[in-house]
Design a protein around this ligand. Sequence first.
Ligand code: AMP
Ligand code: ZN
Length: 456
Amino acid sequence: MTIRLHNTKTRTKEVFKPIDPSNVRMYVCGPTVYDRAHLGNARPVVVFDTLFRLLREVYGTGCVTYARNFTDVDDKINDRAAATGRTIRDITDETIGWYHADMDALGALRPTHEPRATDFIGQMIDMIGTLIERGHAYAAEGHVMFEVRSFAEYGALSGRSVDDMIAGARVEVAPFKRDPMDFVLWKPSDAVQPGWDSPWGRGRPGWHIECSAMSYELLGAAFDIHAGGIDLQFPHHENEIAQSCCSHPEAGFANIWLHNEMLMVEGRKMSKSLGNFFTVRDLLDKGVPGEVVRFVLLSTHYARPMDWTAEKAEQASATLRKWRALAEGVEPSAPDATFLSVLSDDLNTAGAIAELHRLAAAGDAAGLVASARILGLLLPDLGDWATVAGPDAEVSALIEALLEARTEARKARDFARADALRDGFAAAGVVVKDTATGAEWSLAPGFDAEKLKALV
Ligand code: AMP
Ligand code: ZN
């Protein structure tokens, strides 16, 4: 099976040739852990999890190493700790727990390595030392700066010159910088900020160095794929390339660079700073199954911007229910060859889903399941939601009428009747949540329409 991937660095679609087919290596930039992941953050997780699954299918399950970091040292985390009076470790541990729970719910496999930046400070200090020795970095006023003009290829990933980048970016001018483009490798910490001893005094790393140090440690000086959102291309990935290539000039760092486009909200990137976000947990709590979220995220090619809409979720839900009914009790066969070749063409997940529709229409349930699982769909663990029948109009009307009866009973102080209805809903498998705007309901697995009808 030939996999082709669009390499951002060369701006061409290339045939993927791993350095070592018995150990295919991929690094993806992970989250800064101080808050719940929003749906935009889930896009690279689901997209590159799908690539991980495809690589495992093609090269063998044990032949792919996937590293994704947790940034657990960052000024946003410090601010959160100061504002809440909690320790940094407490906040980052809790957030990592949330992240795992939320991404597990989307069917994402845990990467082989999930390094925390704070466990690799020594390696970062070593790499910064090497950069100074080689004349690519300089220490000034407790800081260590990378000297961008010392690396001729700076900007090659984004295809821009340093001067263009200065014009386009909001670069901070500081007295200790030789050039406004120079970026921080190490900075001093005050008594309350987290800090580590270093040859340049007590301090903490800049953001970019962690990915260079951890990918070197876990994957080596040269590896196959480096991925992340397109918002990271500049400056984060340019800086990673500069750090890694200057400390290990004999190696090429990452061969292929993949960038996912953004999840948008009304024409703008979903982001914490714009405040236009909702979290993965918000969706799951509203009853949108993780598998449905995953399906929607994969229904657009990763290199195109996309929106989340309720219509897409409904459509995905209906499709998955149909496929799950078809696949009930069926043993998966081998993944379909056309499906695999479509998916292998630059991770064409939208085309791959079209192939799943074809398999379903042909009644090839065994091929459907085997193929869908490479997209992380129709997995046994994620299917509970689909066994709950969709609320048809009759059931909805009945529940609404019974909720109305409960309100009336409360008004009339007929608490026996109100309590009987409450208990009856629970017994029938109707989950009722009272909110400021009225009662909301959903059906739990094992919903029993007969028990509901008995409440009338
Ligand atoms: P952050 O924690 O902001 O560094 O983001 C973690 C990952 O989510 C990075 O790979 C980002 O590129 C990605 N990301 C952030 N916002 C979006 C978005 N709206 N759509 C897609 N990916 C995003
Ligand atoms: Zn990174």
